[in-house]
Ligand binder design. Structure first.
Ligand SMILES: [Zn+2]
Length: 204
């Protein structure tokens, strides 16, 4: 999606109606800074406000996301393209988050091993050994908590029984048995327990 184009389109629709940024902001119950950010392409309207915005501007959501008015004939195709683009964006964001999980977890696991190794085999006072090992464990635990947090938020888990996709709670994720990112959890839809795979999108 082209945020700059969308921004220009919002601005031109607003001007056609003879509204100021402040006027539109007031109608939507938001700050005029937010409107200015949309119009300069710095951000997109939240999905929660999109329908109201489209209502005021006399356009539909597909037109808003395309950044132009659309003829009826090409409408379906555009709607589909936009849906795909949005899905792709969500997928990419989740993929990046999962990459971040590795980037945090992998070096700290290595660092912890190195610390425990040094504490075990290098000459040093006992208190230092204990401190090193304790530090390694605290670090591993903290990183594990952060990593699970990222994993829980990025994408969905899919039930193997009914293929329902959902986001479990943090503790459900953290306490579940797991192999890599596949976790043994109870599905909220069918209530069955199964090994649930991480997937990036809500639908196939
Ligand atoms: Zn299920």
């Amino acid at each position: 999606m082209d945020q700059i184009k969308i921004g220009k389109f919002i601005a031109s629709c607003r001007k056609e109606l003879g509204m100021t940024q402040a006027g539109l902001a007031e109608k939507l119950g938001i700050s005029d800074r937010a409107v200015s950010k949309w119009e300069t392409g710095k951000s997109l309207p939240d999905s929660g406000i999109m329908l109201d915005l489209c209502g005021f501007l006399n356009i539909n959501v597909t037109e808003l996301l395309s950044g132009e008015r659309i003829m009826a004939e090409t409408y379906d195709q555009r709607a589909e393209e936009n849906l795909l683009a949005m899905k792709h964006e969500v997928e990419e964001k989740n993929r990046q988050m999962l990459r971040l999980e590795y980037m945090i977890a992998f070096p700290s696991v290595i660092a912890a091993f190195v610390m425990v190794f040094i504490a075990s085999f290098v000459e040093m006072p006992v208190w230092l050994r204990i401190a090193l090992i304790a530090f390694a464990f605290v670090m591993l635990f903290s990183v594990a908590f952060i990593a699970v947090g990222i994993e829980q938020k990025a994408g969905y888990y899919e039930c193997q029984k009914c293929h329902h996709r959902y986001v479990p709670t943090y503790w459900q994720t953290n306490l579940a048995m797991h192999m890599g990112r596949t976790r043994y959890m109870k599905c909220p839809e069918c209530g069955e327990r199964s090994w649930q795979k991480k997937v990036l999108t809500k639908e196939d």
